[in-house]
Design a protein around this ligand. Structure first.
Ligand SMILES: [Zn+2]
Length: 136
């Protein structure tokens, strides 16, 4: 069956570009994870001077831990997206099977859901991690 251009407003992200974006993101994440670990080690390596410092150590450690949890999660999502590129499943929504818009993939290359399903998921309280977060 020949492919038809049914929707000219739909943009597609070439797989080579998707892979590039994912690998780039992966690299940044790995660097950030390393920095986080370093940051905690730098501070917690020496014994705290007093109670106040002890609690700020603990805060920092748990903050960095939470952040690295989120980063590990994202890393897994990226790895899975790369696996989907290999298997040819990349770019299809896991919920409705519709192609995910290229502009969305450009922003979130590891996205599993199209914008419609992601919005529904977020409003239902699911897929909160797939929400588009502001950079920074
Ligand atoms: Zn969908």
């Amino acid at each position: 069956m020949p492919l038809e251009r049914t929707d000219s407003s739909r943009s597609e992200l070439p797989l080579s570009r998707a892979r590039e974006l994912l690998e780039d993101k992966r690299r940044h994440l790995l660097e950030r994870l390393k920095d986080d670990r370093q940051e905690v080690e730098d501070v917690t390596d020496r014994p705290p001077l007093d109670e106040g410092e002890r609690s700020s150590h603990e805060q920092l450690a748990s903050y960095a831990h939470g952040r690295s949890e989120a980063e590990h999660y994202q890393l897994r999502e990226i790895d899975e997206a790369l696996a989907r590129i290999e298997s040819g499943d990349y770019g299809a929504c896991e919920d409705c099977d519709e192609p995910i818009d290229g502009r969305r993939l450009e922003a979130i290359p590891e996205a599993r859901l199209c914008i419609v399903c992601a919005d529904q998921g977020v409003s239902r309280g699911r897929y909160a991690t797939d929400r588009e977060r502001p950079k920074g």
